[in-house]
Design a protein around this ligand. Structure first.
Ligand code: AMP
Length: 431
């Protein structure tokens, strides 16, 4: 074969795409009911935007960026995540002056130059939401409720939300120092990557995906006493602690289950205070389905006025893998009706199928094949009903409707056909 999709990308073929559409539609429904509005930003932005927001020391910026110069010598990058672009647009269009609180969502392709494996691609899709304009814990609670409800709409049962607070940049520095001290005895055994992180940004060591590092962090390779791992919550500044208490109270009141995870630090630098994630064990190492948190310093870092925000993003590829793994994905998109005609009724069938299509999925033969070949195709199509336009019946203003599931067939007047089939087709479609 001459050409293949680039490494780390994939084609979604018909059959698979229906599952994506189903997941996207369900998510859109929840987002709409929460009062969030869609925003669409470009798939590429100035490189600097991501460098400034995700942080120079983040994996995304250091190793995974699709950075390129265009023919006008502009320094650009394919977006690795959605929040930076949304905040850039928020500032560029002065949304802050057009209402205090903005509830936004986005969906689309993101790009990261990572090592491809199951659940990890170079082009992948995220659904994300943001509340910009308030630092109140209520916004964090709403965000986590929305996050959980999107998964619920996808049929995930009780989710275990992992929760932490990463405080302010100051409390994070204090935590970084404590972490450095704790990791010091094993520093020389960590991967070169983690050793470098230990110097530049110790919190990132907790984010490592290196198997040996992970084992050391779990206390398996000896040396580290997991129970003594410093906790962010112990060095949190008073305001962050009050905020975190408010978030926890709100989650309890809303009936959202969560578990504190003292090692949860998000991958990007702009997070402050609340951080949360959801994992799925069926996905192995690439288990994070989604996560989010507060980013009170981000808009200011982009040169705007101090504007708090909180958001999440969910990886659609992984969520859909997990849905498939569950094995109850019944999202067939077979036509409801297959119209079969003869030479003499072919023109009539053209008009009829067009009428049917106003209210239900219907198809007809494209190739003027014989009656038998068409019936066979109808059987294979997965259609629920076959509508036959026989010459004699058509002369009498009738068609034959055969229920391909039960095998029953009857003659019905052609004029009321659409209405007659619609009710049945709708119930099939909703299945
Ligand atoms: P992050 O912005 O890194 O927190 O990513 C949010 C979510 O996007 C993750 O929980 C994953 O579900 C998904 N994700 C991140 N990177 C990839 C990737 N390379 N391939 C597929 N999904 C990804």
């Amino acid at each position: 074969m001459k050409h293949q999709a680039p490494r780390g990308t994939r084609d979604l073929l018909p059959g698979e795409v229906e599952r994506w559409q189903w997941a996207e539609d369900r998510a859109r429904g929840v987002l709409g009911r929460y009062g969030y509005r869609e925003i669409r930003t470009p798939m590429f932005e100035e490189y600097e935007l991501f460098a400034r927001t995700s942080g120079e020391s983040s994996d995304v910026v250091q190793k995974e960026m699709y950075r390129f110069k265009d023919l006008g010598d502009r320094d650009l990058a394919l977006r690795p995540e959605g929040t930076a672009g949304v905040c850039r647009a928020y500032l560029e269009h002065g949304l802050g002056g057009k209402g205090r609180i903005h509830r936004l969502w986005y969906m689309g392709a993101m790009f990261r130059y990572g090592r491809p494996q199951k659940g990890r691609y170079r082009q992948f899709s995220q659904i994300g939401a943001e509340v910009i304009g308030t630092a109140e814990p209520g916004a964090d609670v709403e965000m986590i409720a929305l996050f959980v409800d999107v998964f619920e709409a996808w049929g995930f049962g009780e989710l275990n939300v992992l929760l932490n607070s990463v405080g302010t940049p100051e409390s994070r520095r204090a935590y970084g120092d404590a972490l450095r001290g704790w990791l010091d005895p094993v520093a020389s055994r960590l991967s070169p990557d983690s050793q470098e992180r230990l110097v530049r940004n110790p919190l990132r060591v907790l984010d490592t995906k290196h198997p040996t590092d992970l084992a050391i962090l779990r206390g398996e390779e000896g040396g580290l006493e997991v129970a003594t791992m410093p906790r962010m919550l112990d060095v949190l500044d008073d305001e962050s602690r009050l905020h975190f208490d408010g978030v926890r109270r709100g989650l309890d009141a809303a009936g959202i289950r969560y578990e504190l995870d003292h090692g949860l630090v998000r991958g990007l630098d702009y997070y402050t205070r609340t951080a949360f994630e959801v994992h799925d064990r069926s996905l192995g190492a690439q288990s994070a389905l989604g996560g989010g948190g507060r980013y009170d310093g981000l808009i200011e870092a982009l040169g705007g006025p101090a504007t708090p925000g909180v958001g999440f993003s969910i990886g659609l590829d992984r969520a859909i893998l997990a849905i498939e793994e569950r094995g109850d994905a019944a999202m067939d998109s077979a036509p409801a009706v297959f119209v079969v005609s003869m030479d003499t009724t072919r023109d009539a069938a053209l008009a009829l199928v067009r009428t049917l299509r106003r209210s239900m999925p219907a198809i007809a033969d494209l190739e003027a094949r014989g009656f038998g070949a068409q019936m066979k195709a109808a059987g294979k199509s997965g259609a629920r009903f076959m509508v036959l336009l026989g010459e004699d019946e058509w002369q009498r203003g009738e068609v034959v409707v055969k229920d391909l599931a039960s095998g029953e067939q009857s003659n019905v007047p052609a004029s009321g056909l659409s209405d007659r089939l619609q009710a049945a087709a709708e119930t099939i479609h909703e299945r």
